[in-house]
Design a protein. Structure first.
Length: 170
């Protein structure tokens, strides 16, 4: 894929993140967490992100720029559907700075992810959204997203994850 993904928004472009964006990505993550009232849960550091994104390549980031200034990002990675028999894209975070919302940047970032998914022959694009975030839910529905209300998200973390790994749960 090219360095820049074209959009229909004047002075707005989307590019893949590079190592030099590591601090910017962490800044966006913290801004998003603050918006979601979850800032206290962010334990990521520049070192952790660098290792995860640019050494292990466990996820990828695209950055939206308006007038050459970064205004938002999307962090994503591949997962796999056994039913489809192919990879999918999973969107972990999508964020546009509040002062730049309404420009169409969020839609353009989602559209870019759709293009990446199609180019990589992915079966679908998935993500989660907090139940209270009504404006995002409406935005996603306008983009053709379907809520998966019949599914419940489960998580194992911290000591429970260690216990699970050691066969100590249940």
């Amino acid at each position: 894929m090219k360095n820049y993904i074209n959009t229909n928004i004047p002075n707005f472009k989307i590019r893949f993140a590079t190592k030099e964006d590591n601090n910017l990505i962490l800044t966006f993550i913290k801004e998003l967490a603050d918006y979601e009232n979850l800032l206290s849960e962010v334990v990521a550091t520049e070192e952790i992100l660098y290792e995860s994104l640019f050494v292990k390549k466990q996820a990828e980031v695209i950055i939206g720029e308006y007038n050459n200034e970064p205004i938002g990002f999307a962090l994503f990675f591949h997962n796999f559907s056994t039913f489809l028999g192919k990879a999918n894209l999973y969107l972990e975070d999508l964020y546009v700075r509040p002062s730049m919302r309404g420009l169409g940047a969020g839609k353009a970032l989602l559209s870019a992810l759709g293009k990446i998914a199609i180019d990589r022959d992915c079966g679908r694009l998935d993500w989660w959204c907090l139940d209270w975030n009504k404006s995002s839910i409406e935005f996603y529905k306008k983009m053709g997203a379907i809520p998966m209300d019949e599914w419940t998200v489960y998580r194992v973390e911290n000591q429970a994850l260690i216990d699970l790994a050691n066969g100590l749960n249940g």
